[in-house]
Design a binder for this molecule. Structure first.
Ligand SMILES: Cc1cc2nc3c(=O)[nH]c(=O)nc-3n(C[C@H](O)[C@H](O)[C@H](O)COP(=O)(O)OP(=O)(O)OC[C@H]3O[C@@H](n4cnc5c(N)ncnc54)[C@H](O)[C@@H]3O)c2cc1C
Length: 533
């Protein structure tokens, strides 16, 4: 009889993408005896970290942004630079033999599930029996891959497909514009932040030098770009940041210099204050009773940041609370900490609030600004830091119109994935890295562990109907907790609870700290799950 290692080695598993998610997926599959093939469009591992702005750093401290069993080298910066992140990811790939599985410069241009009939796809159990590889004779995934620079494609067949293609790269989100108000109306140049990240550092610096730059967006990338432009051009050519809705972009993680944010928002006690999906009535009742405490913690945190950062003075005070920003994964770190606001004070960076914008010949036209007047921001270069269309990127992978239609949900739902990994109606496939959290590598690796054990036969999925109910419940939670900031799935405020569900499925213990006080009050992080291999 074949051992489980032989059985797993014989299964054909494809991973698409060698960013943090793909690396984790490959490592954990190797650990369980699989021999996956990783197709990576780029020439090296690391995903988006290989293509960032010169100044991009991790926003999460390195202790929180790490693989569970692979600490950072001694002496690394508290917030590592993008080069340090790439080195760390490459070292991980080498250490666990992941790099030997990767086929670089190999872009998957189409994925098609063949062999299943429509009844199987709409059956009661996923893939017929709720197992990774389905009932005997279940379908295969046929991948069309473009290697190197050639136009010729090759076909491959796999028993299981894991998509790790990245939510925050590849397909830019470009806002819709009124007729004659799009980029064509502008005589200057328009780029997406992604284009700037893809450029060589020297070329990017030369591009912004001596230009009037307008950056649209209020997330971390917009702040990074504005800081780089201010550094290059100073007050002579101020950089205008056009923001619709300011976010909590803060300077440090120690509230009032004393308490780390982790103790306030990333421990079990903090999660007691939240009405969680799949939690019972007692848990929901307790959360309701603790609402005043949750409110107080959020207010104390907000008060600290409002005192330390002159956001009010410049009209950049967020309209929602800090806790809401954790729930919606909208919190970020200021480039250079409070020094960023020195650039605002000296006039190198100018904030403009606007609900919408369009282009005119000379620059941007802001609409619905604070004073409700139409304002023109003159510019030579406009950079759209307006995010990504991860949903579209996912749809673009597939040949089948049915899969294209269902895979990413609709514009007002999350990508409908059970345990944020498996679509209830798409068999033999998992997606990793499509849910945000306070540190994404932590979540992606937990998903990778869950997917690897699932493929190893450690557990079965519940019925399709039950999975859909659970997906809907998590979706409702995310919409409720993010309010009108809802854009995508975010586990920021319920990460431990989410990990509990994964651990329960995998048959691993959920409580992972030593002692009651630590269990309830210490922040949870990747290292707490290091023993789950
Ligand atoms: C500027 C920026 C800063 C960030 N900073 C932080 C941070 O500080 N902390 C944090 O937690 N998160 C941060 N994030 C979120 C970040 O997305 C995740 O931390 C993580 O790096 C995502 O990894 P990934 O592997 O899921 O995706 P990616 O890194 O995007 O990797 C996807 C990989 O798939 C490949 N690929 C895609 N499509 C195909 C295809 N069809 N065929 C073959 N290969 C393909 C791509 O080439 C790429 O290598 C940041 C994101 C951005 C954009």
């Amino acid at each position: 009889m074949a051992s489980s290692t032989d059985r797993n080695a014989a299964k054909r598993v494809a991973i698409v993408g060698a960013g943090t998610s793909g690396l984790a997926a490959c490592k954990h599959l190797l650990a369980r005896g699989f021999r996956p093939v990783v197709f990576e469009a780029g020439a090296s591992v690391g995903g988006l970290w290989t293509r960032t702005l010169a100044s991009t750093r991790l926003q999460s401290p390195h202790v929180a942004y790490r693989f569970s069993d692979f600490p950072w080298p001694e002496g690394v910066d508290w917030f590592p630079s993008h080069d340090q992140v790439v080195d760390y990811l490459a070292a991980y790939a080498r250490r666990f033999g992941v790099d030997e599985c990767v086929r670089f410069r190999s872009r998957v241009v189409a994925a098609e599930h063949v062999g299943e009939d429509d009844d199987a796809a709409d059956g009661e159990m996923w893939a017929g029996n709720g197992e990774a590889f389905g009932i005997d004779g279940a379908g295969v995934w046929r991948l069309t891959v473009l290697h190197g620079d050639s136009d010729a494609t090759q076909m491959y067949e796999f028993d299981f497909l894991i998509l790790c293609i990245g939510r925050f790269s590849g397909v830019p989100n470009i806002p819709a514009f009124p007729p004659n108000g799009g980029p064509d109306a502008f005589r200057g140049q328009v780029l997406h932040s992604m284009d700037l990240s893809d450029m060589d550092d020297a070329d990017a610096a030369a591009l912004v030098k001596d230009k009037r730059v307008a950056v649209v967006g209020s997330g971390k990338s917009a702040y990074d770009i504005a800081a780089e432009c201010a550094e290059a051009n100073g007050v002579e050519h101020p950089c205008t940041m056009v923001c619709r809705s300011p976010q909590w972009i803060v300077h440090d993680t120690e509230v009032w210099g004393k308490v780390n944010l982790g103790y306030l928002f990333v421990n079990r006690f903090a999660e007691l204050m939240i009405r969680k999906p799949e939690a019972g009535i007692v848990s929901s009742l307790l959360a309701t009773l603790l609402t005043p405490l949750a409110w107080l913690i959020s207010k104390v945190t907000e008060a600290y940041y409002k005192k330390a950062i002159p956001m009010r003075e410049y009209g950049m005070e967020p309209e929602y609370g800090f806790a809401g920003s954790i729930s919606a994964c909208k919190t970020g770190m200021l480039p250079d900490g409070l020094a960023f606001y020195d650039r605002v004070k000296d006039g190198s960076i100018v904030f403009r609030r606007s609900r919408s914008f369009s282009f005119c010949e000379d620059g941007l036209v802001l609409d619905g600004a604070d004073d409700h007047q139409r304002v023109v921001v003159p510019a030579d270069l406009v950079i759209l830091a307006t995010g990504f269309r991860g949903d579209q990127k996912l749809r673009d992978m597939f040949v089948s119109p049915r899969v294209k239609e269902i895979v990413a949900g609709s514009s007002d739902t999350t990508v409908p994935l059970y345990r944020e990994c498996v679509h209830p109606r798409i068999p033999q496939m998992a997606v990793i890295g499509y849910s945000d959290s306070l540190t994404n590598i932590y979540t992606s690796e937990m998903m990778a562990k869950w997917v690897a054990r699932f493929l190893d036969g450690a557990f079965r999925l519940p019925s399709v109907r039950r999975m859909e109910q659970i997906v809907a419940e998590w979706g409702r939670y995310m919409k409720r907790s993010s309010g009108d900031r809802f854009r995508r799935s975010c586990l920021g405020a319920v990460n431990i609870w989410y990990n509990d569900q994964l651990c329960r499925d995998m048959g691993c213990k959920q409580r992972r700290k030593k002692g009651l006080v630590a269990e309830w009050f210490q922040p949870y992080g990747p290292a707490d799950y290091a023993d789950i291999q």
